[in-house]
Write a protein that binds this ligand. Structure first.
Ligand code: ADP
Length: 191
C-alpha cells in the first residue's frame, strides 16, 4: 500500500494536484475539507458542527475530524492506497492516522509538502473565491487566519513526519503540470 500525505498551506494546490495524482497512481483521494463541505451542503449534524469553525478559518475539533476520516478510510477496504489532502492538520490527527494505518498493517509512506509563499497564497485563494463560492475564500482576514493556523497548528506535522524520515518539500510555484511532474517524480521514488 502507498499512503501519501499531500501537505502545504491553504491554496497551495493540494486539491488540484491530488485529483491528478489519484488518476496516475490509482489511489483513493480523501480531502477532509471536501468531506466537511459535503456534510454542510446536506445539513447533517456533522456539517452543522463544522460550519462555524470553517467560517472563521479555524480548525474543526480533532475528535470530529478524526472520526470522520476513520469512517471514510473504512469505506475503502480494498484501496491500493490513499492520498490524504488536508489531513492530518494537527499532531493528534497525525498520531490518530498512524494508529489507524497500523491497525490495517500499513503506514504513512511519505509526506509531500507544497511550498508556496504567503502573498502568492492570498492571491490564489482570492482568485479561487471568485468561482468557488466558498465564504472562507472571499475574506482576506479569514484567509490570513487560515495561514496563521497553518503555521501554528499544522506545520509541526511536517516535523513530526520528518523525525520518521518521511517529509519532503516540493516547490509549489510554477505551472500545474510542472508541479505535477515534481510530485510524480517524488512518489515514484517512494514506490
Ligand atoms: P484549504 O486547504 O484551502 O484551507 P480545505 O478544504 O482543506 O481548504 O479546508 C477548509 C476548512 O475545513 C479548514 O479551514 C478547516 O476549517 C476545515 N478542515 C479541513 N480539514 C481539516 C482538518 N484535518 N482538521 C480540522 N479542520 C479541517
Amino acid at each position: 500500500m502507498i499512503n501519501l500525505i499531500l501537505f502545504g498551506p491553504p491554496g497551495s494546490g493540494k486539491g488540484t494536484q491530488a485529483a491528478k495524482l489519484v488518476e496516475q497512481f490509482k489511489l483513493v483521494h480523501i480531502s477532509t475539507g471536501d468531506l466537511f463541505r459535503y456534510e454542510m451542503s446536506n445539513n447533517t449534524p456533522l456539517g452543522l458542527e463544522a460550519k462555524a469553525y470553517m467560517a472563521k478559518g479555524a480548525l474543526v475539533p480533532d475528535s470530529v475530524t478524526i472520526g470522520m476520516l476513520r469512517n471514510k478510510v473504512e469505506t475503502h477496504p480494498d484501496a491500493a492506497g490513499f492520498i490524504f489532502d488536508g489531513f492530518p492538520r494537527t499532531i493528534p490527527q497525525a498520531q490518530a492516522l498512524d494508529a489507524l494505518l497500523a491497525e490495517k498493517g500499513t503506514e504513512v509512506t511519505g509526506l509531500l509538502a507544497l511550498h508556496v509563499d504567503d502573498e502568492e497564497i492570498v492571491q490564489r485563494i482570492k482568485l479561487r473565491g471568485a468561482t468557488s463560492g466558498r465564504a472562507d475564500d472571499n475574506d482576506e482576514n479569514i484567509i490570513r487566519n487560515r495561514i496563521n493556523v497553518y503555521k501554528n497548528e499544522t506545520s509541526p506535522v511536517f516535523d513530526y513526519y520528518a523525525l520518521q524520515g518521511k517529509s519532503q518539500s516540493i516547490n509549489g510555484i510554477g505551472e500545474i503540470e510542472e508541479i505535477f511532474e515534481r510530485l510524480s517524480a517524488a512518489i515514484t521514488q517512494l514506490q
